[in-house]
Design a protein around this ligand. Structure first.
Ligand code: ATP
Ligand code: MG
Length: 399
């Protein structure tokens, strides 16, 4: 279900907004518009939808319009043109009261610099949003304590932010946002101020939490690896424009243009390639139809020494080797059931290559790729290594 819908939204800062808007309509870019009018394009004709329960990542370089987009979403600023819908309702058409309710109850924000009040305790910080909403003391304390408990911070509730590490402070920021029980979490560079290992812990924690609370999360980051780790989908912004939206896999496999490609250069391909991208067509034998002679002929034709065994429904049954097939053929056996081996590792197609590299290097046989019991492919060590190498090459070659 669509939670947030952004439709042709443009935000222009400065003077001469109308002439700048005309130039946006003529598809002029940010630099041209600045030169001609002096107006700064914050967001340029952005359209996208965010599904309920999704982690939607917005990335882009500094000044590309990420924070402006978030401020448009919680209506801290008005779009110059275009519409934003939350739960199907156009927020530009809401009155002040409705907007305040949306901002206080439907959305919570987690800030880069944590945004905690230094003179309030951890508990009082966590209660803040509830307090603003006028929730009675007892109830808000209960909710805040629950949120701190979920974040593993309850023992620290009476401490002050300065007594906590950066990671812990940000967990308080997250707990405060969740205490409100909003539908939507807006996180603008929320983890960027943390050092790398703590940052990774926070990403894990967010993913864990998301399993439990299923919020719709808009997560802004500069960091592609962070985006790939936590984003269900990623939108890439440049000069106020959204230049590509897709899953990490889609964007990496099919970058929309050279700009996107340069973004991807840093990324270790093995982190996002899945088994499906590296598997090859399996050469198989049908245990219900084929005997050793057919198997041997197929091995010769296809120049392989192993066949994967399936039944008529293509369910995976194991494998046979050329040596065994030859022996069985000499013994006059009519089928391959007597020589069927079962010790081939099985992996699902959507598993990450990085997670199967260990299995591949240990296994004397290739790996069977099996989806709902059906054999869909085979993973061969040499091909996997080659695909990792050639993918890296492809990304750099066009630059
Ligand atoms: N209040 C404002 N007044 C004028 N221009 C603004 C204002 N806010 C943002 N801008 C301009 O809009 C553009 C987008 O800024 P924004 O803060 O959204 O970028 P960002 O992607 O969040 O960057 P960063 O990664 O540095 O946080 C920039 O060119 C910026 O100068
Ligand atoms: Mg910003």
């Amino acid at each position: 279900m669509t939670k947030i819908k952004v439709e042709n939204v443009t935000k222009i800062f400065g003077k001469h907004i109308n002439s700048a808007l005309k130039l946006v309509e003529q598809k002029k870019n940010k630099t041209e518009i600045l030169k001609q009018t002096g107006a700064t394009i914050g967001v340029n004709d952005a359209s996208f939808s965010v599904n309920e329960g999704e982690i939607f990542v917005i990335m882009g370089l500094s000044g590309s319009g990420k924070s402006t987009l978030v401020r448009l979403l919680n209506h801290l600023i008005e779009p110059t043109s275009g519409s934003i819908y939350i739960d199907g309702e156009n927020i530009s058409k809401m009155n002040k009261q409705q907007l305040r309710t949306i901002r206080r109850e439907k959305m919570s924000m987690v800030f880069q610099n944590f945004g905690l009040f230094p003179q309030r305790t951890v508990l009082a910080n966590t209660e803040y949003g509830l307090e603003v909403r006028g929730i009675p003391k007892e109830e808000r304390t209960k909710k805040a304590e629950q949120a701190l408990e979920n974040a593993g911070l309850l023992p620290y509730k009476d401490q002050f932010p300065s007594q906590l590490s950066g990671g812990m402070q940000q967990r308080v920021g997250l707990a405060r946002a969740l205490a409100n029980d909003p539908d939507i979490l807006l996180m603008d560079e929320a983890f960027s101020a943390l050092d790398p290992l703590i940052r990774k812990d926070m990403q894990d924690e967010l993913l864990d939490l998301q399993q439990k609370v299923r919020k719709t999360i808009i997560f802004i980051t500069h960091d592609l690896n962070e985006a790939l780790r936590i984003g269900d989908r990623i939108a890439l912004m440049k000069d106020g424009k959204i230049i590509q939206i897709g899953t990490g896999e889609e964007i990496l496999t099919n970058p929309a243009n050279d700009y996107v490609k340069t973004f991807l250069e840093d990324v270790d391909r093995s982190k996002v390639l899945t088994v499906e991208n590296a598997m090859i067509r399996p050469i198989s034998v049908n245990v219900e139809m084929d005997g050793p002679k057919v198997a041997l002929k197929r091995m010769r034709d296809e120049e392989v020494s192993v066949l994967l065994a399936v039944d008529k429904r293509r369910e995976f049954k194991g494998y046979i080797t050329a040596d065994d097939a030859l022996e069985a053929s000499k013994r006059g056996e009519k089928d391959v059931n007597g020589i069927l081996k079962a010790d081939m590792p099985v992996v699902p197609p959507d598993m990450l290559i990085q997670d199967v590299l260990g299995v591949i290097s240990e296994s004397p046989t290739p790996l069977a790729v099996v989806n709902e019991n059906k054999l869909v492919g085979v993973l061969i060590r040499g091909v996997v290594i080659q695909s990792l190498a050639s993918n890296t090459e492809e990304v750099t070659r066009d630059e």
